[in-house]
Write a protein that binds this ligand. Structure first.
Ligand code: SF4
Length: 165
């Protein structure tokens, strides 16, 4: 797993939305260094729970919002990028299983929408994580980022100026 060691939850999540943005994060490029916390906040702290005391860091890579018994919870502000959130959580489950020997169940929480969704690391989902990690590494090892692709998220992305002037 060491070659994946720099793929944290933020990068994994960002990749599902825009591989170019994920490439920037992987290479530690940031258009607004002074807003580093703000940026991370947007991607990682998307939640409205009082979570500080419940968050758990795993190997300084995963920031798990809720960790209780055999359940790992990820809190998101909205379900807009639900598939990305689901894969991010599956990545956590995958990492915990293979790196820590912990077989956990996952739950996505969208408190503002009063919704939850269970995520189980099925063989199919596990294969998907393996494929995505392989694909990510190939992209991140390139010296230039993927070309920008206009998506609705660009409007609020911090790299907007970098991509579209
Ligand atoms: S502005 Fe758009 S293309 Fe550029 S990194 Fe952000 S989401 Fe990706």
């Amino acid at each position: 797993m060491h070659k994946f060691s720099r793929i944290n939850g933020t990068i994994f999540y960002a990749y599902q939305v825009c591989p170019r943005e994920a490439w920037f994060y992987y290479h530690r490029l940031n258009p607004h260094q002074e807003n580093d916390l703000l940026l991370l906040g947007r991607l990682v702290h998307e939640g409205s729970y009082q979570r500080a005391r419940k968050e758990i860091f795993v190997d300084q890579l995963l920031k798990i919002d809720l960790f209780r018994d055999e359940m790992v919870g990820e809190v998101k502000k909205s379900s807009r990028h639900k598939e990305a959130a689901k894969l991010q959580l599956a990545y956590y489950l995958y990492y915990l299983k293979h790196e820590k020997g912990l077989e956990m169940k996952g739950v996505l929480l969208f408190p503002k929408e009063r919704k939850t969704e269970q995520v189980k690391l099925t063989a199919e989902l596990e294969q998907k994580i393996k494929d995505v990690l392989k694909e990510m590494i190939e992209i991140f090892l390139k010296s230039t980022p993927p070309k920008p692709k206009k998506i609705s998220y660009c409007r609020t992305c911090s790299f907007q100026e970098v991509c579209w002037g």
